[in-house]
Design a protein around this ligand. Structure first.
Ligand SMILES: Nc1ncnc2c1ncn2[C@@H]1O[C@H](COP(=O)(O)OP(=O)(O)O)[C@@H](O)[C@H]1O
Ligand SMILES: [Mg+2]
Length: 322
């Protein structure tokens, strides 16, 4: 773990109540995010990435039935805060770029009004005019020309790529310490995706905060992130510096993800289809290694759960073969 981590998640477990019983969405997750670092979270759909992001924001769904562990921001446990204290942190210290900007942007307000409101928490002393001019400058910063026209526009009048740039501008205007991007390019085509990834890279150079970048694509993660945590069925199964992890993927799940990614015949949307089988039932979580069912390297020992063990300095994997 990083000594002066900005965010430190320890033994985080989260359940959701459902008609079938408790869904154990996260189990004993540890993650540390250093200052000015970009940390990638990768894993198939359903592995718990968004649950982790929402927990950080204090926006877990209403049917959340259990939260144990710690989420510390500069040593302060966010899970112990009252709702209004969390509300105060959101949009000031922690901001999120959602996968689908249409769900996060309000269709009945102009972009200008929404960018002004987004800054109120951070700059309560500034008036609307000043906030609007900050918004215009930020739109230019994220590659939107003619900001005056865009500020007067409604979300549906912009293209998908432009809406995502607006979301990024909105998050940056809050000057957060932690920016969470939850699959921010999934709804976009590959050309626009590449542009948005370049934009995030540019921003990182002058942004003083940390970024948690969630993606199901290892390719994107390798381009952007300093460190990676690979999640599977609610657990971190491998984590470490991006370069070391890509050079020596040590968990069979990471290896399988990489193999899918490299195959040039798979389209982005179906990259993961080639790992046989599906995620285990998170209501009735099987004992032993969580990936055993689908693992080509499985052997007797896998009926017991492997702990994360060090492969190289800072690089851990939860597999008996390590
Ligand atoms: N509100 C909820 N109620 C019940 N189950 C949920 C809820 N939200 C998420 N889940 C389940 O929790 C698991 C993790 O989901 P999620 O964090 O969205 O994964 P990811 O973002 O990696 O796709 C999945 O099995 C999902 O179906
Ligand atoms: Mg998700």
């Amino acid at each position: 773990m990083t000594r002066d981590a900005l965010v430190e998640i320890r033994s985080l477990s989260i359940d959701f109540a459902t008609g079938r019983g408790a869904v154990h969405a996260l189990r004993d997750v540890n993650l540390s995010v250093g200052r000015r670092r970009i940390v990638g979270l990768v894993g198939e759909s359903g592995s718990g990435k968004s649950t982790l992001a929402l927990a950080l924001l204090g926006l877990l769904p209403e049917n959340t039935s259990k939260v144990t562990g710690n989420i510390e921001l500069e040593g302060k446990n966010l899970l112990a805060l009252k709702p209004e204290q969390l509300e105060h942190l959101r949009g000031r210290r922690i901001a999120m770029i959602f996968q689908d900007p249409m769900t996060a942007l309000n269709p009945v307000f102009t972009i200008g009004t929404q960018l002004v409101d987004a800054q109120r928490n951070r700059h309560p002393d500034l008036g609307r005019k000043e906030l609007l001019s900050r918004a215009a400058a930020m739109l230019i910063r994220v590659g939107i020309s003619d900001p005056e026209t865009r500020l007067a526009a409604y979300p549906h009048q912009l293209s998908g790529g432009m809406r995502q740039r607006v979301m990024i501008a909105m998050a940056l205007l809050c000057e957060p310490d932690v920016l969470i991007a939850d699959e921010p390019t999934t709804a976009l085509d590959v050309t626009i995706e590449a542009q948005i990834v370049d934009l995030i890279k540019d921003i990182q150079a002058e942004f003083s905060g940390s970024i948690i970048f969630v993606s199901h694509s290892l390719g994107l993660i390798s381009e952007l992130c300093d460190e990676v945590a690979v999640m599977y069925a609610g657990k971190v199964v491998e984590s470490g510096p991006t370069r070391g992890l890509f050079a020596h993927p040590s968990h069979p799940y990471t290896q399988a993800l990489l193999a899918c990614e490299i195959d040039p015949d798979t389209e982005p949307g179906e990259r993961l289809v080639t790992i046989k089988g599906g995620l285990p039932d998170l209501v009735d979580v099987p004992s032993g290694c969580i990936f055993a069912d689908r693992c080509p390297a499985r052997f007797e020992k896998c009926s017991q759960e492997p702990a994360l063990r060090e492969v190289a300095p800072g690089h851990d994997a939860a597999c008996w073969l390590v």
